[in-house]
Design a protein around this ligand. Structure first.
Ligand code: HEM
Length: 406
């Protein structure tokens, strides 16, 4: 990786915290991968795979589903199939994947997302604004966990009592926490435990599916033509992909705003597109899904032909797309800078597996951001009162981020 231009002081402070978040989660793997990336855009690392840290090469791999797949040895299917079953989007390719995705698309239209999250997000937004404008201190990790828990309850048809919301979130967190980048599959004990935990959530989803009540997600899946089995699998996939990512991102977005002063710029701005640019830039810097994995289906070349720019791969190899490093190579946090085309939205993937839940993620992020900006307008700048980095987790995050206004 080439040296980055020096960032202005508040930005350097923000980036230093982001660095601590990464090192807290992966004290060995993260610095190691940075050293790997410094050797070139595509580097073979024994025991890990062929590591890609260049956005354009990453995009080529993600779009080439004939050579690089999410099924087969070394792919994410090794991790998730024993837990979720064989056909849950994350571990499918080709026509079957396209068909299932097409049927699930109806769950993520703006209307469907508003129905799913609208009331819960409005309540959280009001609570956040009231507490901050009243001079209170709010732990955004706790708040984001509650938002995620209540979305899981809506997904599975669980009632949204405080207990259910907390348990649903803890369950999802436990399963995601079992995954390690250096292990290609879960241990048999982990699989049993993950199935038990997920079973609790899916049980409720099955009841909701059988009832066919279209105000629940499983009921709506039935109306969209999914079988009971597919609906259970999809609920599991949503819980696994859509929980930790958001609980990681929302507090980190707030920290970036407070650390750089962008909270005040946003609050003073009348540009309707600025908030979207700021969120995208924060997603680029944080890349909540820090890596994407692919198995090699047929012999191929990853990256360029010149020495040091690519690698030959064959079936049995694993390609590790270091999304975070691909995105970070475009510089420090700066919403004023246009992101290079290859990087744009890479944090949500590319090609047929592009994040299906992006509209849902955006709704949750926007609800919290709007409440923060409204509080800044009323009471003054966002301030991080205290923060603690999460240690030894899969998705880098804060363990707590306590904020106040002025
Ligand atoms: C900031 C939050 C999020 C980020 C950064 C994110 C990122 C990603 C990425 C990078 C992928 C592609 C993985 C790959 O190609 O290997 C993906 C796929 C996926 N995401 Fe998200 N995601 C987020 C939130 C969500 C939410 C809230 C949901 C809720 C349903 C969700 C559901 C999915 C699903 C179902 C897939 C698999 C799609 C497929 O394989 O066709 N994501 N996400």
């Amino acid at each position: 990786m080439s040296a980055l231009p020096e960032a202005p002081a508040p930005t350097a402070h923000a980036m230093a915290w982001e660095e601590r978040v990464q090192r807290g989660a992966h004290p060995v793997v993260y610095p190691f991968l940075r050293r790997v990336a410094a050797r070139g855009p595509v580097v073979r690392v024994p025991g890990i795979g062929v590591v890609v840290s260049d956005a354009a090469v990453a995009r080529e791999v993600l779009l080439d589903t004939e050579r690089f797949t999410k099924t087969g040895p070394g792919s994410p299917a090794d991790l998730w199939t024993p837990v979720l079953g064989p056909a849950v989007l994350l571990n499918m390719e080709g026509a079957d994947h396209g068909r299932l995705r097409g049927r699930l698309a109806g769950l993520f239209t703006p209307r469907a997302v508003a129905d799913l999250t609208g009331p819960a997000l409005a309540a959280v937004g009001t609570e956040l604004t009231e507490r901050l404008t009243g001079g209170g201190v709010v732990d955004l990790v706790e708040l984001a966990g509650r938002v995620a828990g209540s979305v899981i309850c809506r997904m599975t048809g669980l009632p949204e009592t405080d207990d259910d919301v907390r348990t649903a979130f803890r369950d999802a967190q436990e399963i995601v926490g079992m995954v390690r980048l250096h292990r290609r599959s879960l241990t048999p004990r982990q699989v049993r435990r993950a199935r038990d935990v997920l079973g609790r959530l899916s049980e409720r989803a099955t009841v909701a599916y059988r009832d066919g009540d279209e105000s629940t997600v499983p009921g709506r899946m039935r109306a969209l033509g999914l079988s009971e089995h597919e609906a259970r699998g999809a609920v599991g996939a949503f819980v696994l992909t859509g929980t930790e990512t958001l609980v990681s991102f929302v507090p980190r977005l707030a920290a970036l705003l407070a650390d750089t002063g962008w909270d005040v710029r946003l609050a003073a701005s009348t540009d309707p597109e600025l908030a979207g640019r700021v969120v995208n830039e924060a997603l680029r810097i944080t890349a909540p899904t820090p890596a994407m994995l692919r198995a090699v289906a047929v012999p191929a070349r990853v990256g360029g032909d010149a020495p040091g720019t690519g690698a030959d791969v064959r079936p049995g190899d694993r390609v590790v797309i270091a999304t975070l490093l691909c995105c970070r190579a475009a510089g420090a946090f700066d919403p004023d800078v246009r992101q290079p085309a290859a990087v744009r939205q890479l944090w949500f993937g590319a090609g047929p597996h592009f994040c299906l839940g992006m509209p849902l993620a955006t709704a949750q992020i926007t609800a919290v951001l709007d409440a923060l900006v409204a509080s800044v307008r009323t009471r003054g700048p966002l301030r991080v009162v205290a923060r603690e980095v999460a240690r030894g987790v899969l998705i880098p995050a804060y363990a707590s981020l306590r904020v106040a206004c002025a």
